[in-house]
Design a protein around this ligand. Structure first.
Ligand SMILES: Cc1cc2nc3c(=O)[nH]c(=O)nc-3n(C[C@H](O)[C@H](O)[C@H](O)COP(=O)(O)OP(=O)(O)OC[C@H]3O[C@@H](n4cnc5c(N)ncnc54)[C@H](O)[C@@H]3O)c2cc1C
Length: 238
């Protein structure tokens, strides 16, 4: 529910138990448009599966989703990586968060099937909005010995973000619309290579790019697909 009348959000907030005192303790701009935000709080007894996301109430009438990129329950740390893409209420809220701010946070929500330990080869596709998810996946993919590739379409200013985040096996493509072109996608090495024919593809980021990628995967490989679009042109929240 990205948008709702204030009274409705207020009523839901009254019934949903909130996390006690969550404070911004660090923020860093990894580029002009990528901000990493660290919160401190008591996250005991909460479940954070790979790709867990949280709904932030970013105004009286709007809520937006962001993925937990890192959690350390013992040291009470929770991190998010946000794309400051423009003037959306979500990105302005995130841009304005500063050290010392205290926020009301809902409990995390998880995607039950995001990570599948039986899938030996994993390809994650997305854009700047998928960096948190990639960080969340990266740790578990390395720990459990998967073969993996991250494919990102990114603005030029973000082409070095993967190394700043310590993400391995990243291929960065310019965000120039190519991922909306089935013909172009069908020639990607990850599609044409015999080695990745039976990979598990997690497709996120822009809905239209992810859907185009899915069509090609279905037509040309034996891969399994998990698609979760994170944003769509002209649509507020998702
Ligand atoms: C499960 C889930 C997890 C997500 N995790 C993250 C995350 O970890 N980090 C993160 O940054 N985002 C994440 N997103 C995406 C984020 O919720 C959307 O980008 C959201 O629309 C941002 O809200 P906004 O208020 O800034 O813009 P909105 O008010 O929703 O949209 C305003 C306009 O901006 C456009 N827009 C929205 N997002 C983008 C974008 N990234 N680039 C260009 N144009 C855009 C919309 O199409 C619309 O036209 C996630 C989304 C989902 C569903």
């Amino acid at each position: 529910m990205p948008s709702a009348p204030k009274w409705l959000f207020d009523t839901v907030d009254m019934f949903l138990s909130k996390l006690p005192r969550v404070e911004v303790v660090d923020t860093v701009y990894l580029s002009k448009s990528i901000k990493k935000i660290r919160f401190q709080g008591d996250f005991d007894n909460l479940s954070f599966p790979v790709g867990a996301f949280m709904d932030f109430r970013v105004s009286d009438t709007e809520a937006r989703r962001y993925t937990v990129s890192y959690v350390d329950i013992e040291n009470e740390i929770l991190e998010f990586i946000v794309h400051l893409h423009g003037q959306g209420v979500g990105c302005m809220y995130m841009d304005n968060l500063k050290v010392g701010d205290i926020i009301n946070l809902n409990k995390p929500r998880g995607e039950r099937n995001y990570y599948d330990k039986t899938k030996k080869k994993v390809v994650l596709f997305g854009d700047e909005t998928s960096l948190g998810l990639a960080c969340s996946f990266h740790r578990v993919l390395k720990k459990n010995g998967h073969q993996f590739q991250f494919y990102f379409e990114m603005d030029n200013e973000n082409k070095d973000i993967c190394s700043l985040l310590g993400l391995q096996n990243c291929t960065i493509f310019p965000k120039d619309g190519n991922f909306r072109d089935q013909g172009w996608v069908s020639h990607l090495p990850i599609i044409t290579s015999a080695e990745w024919q039976d990979a598990y593809f997690v497709l996120t980021g822009n809905v239209n790019a992810a859907k185009t990628f899915k069509k090609v995967i279905k037509q040309q490989t034996n891969g399994k697909v998990y698609l979760h679009g994170y944003w769509l042109e002209g649509k507020k929240g998702l």
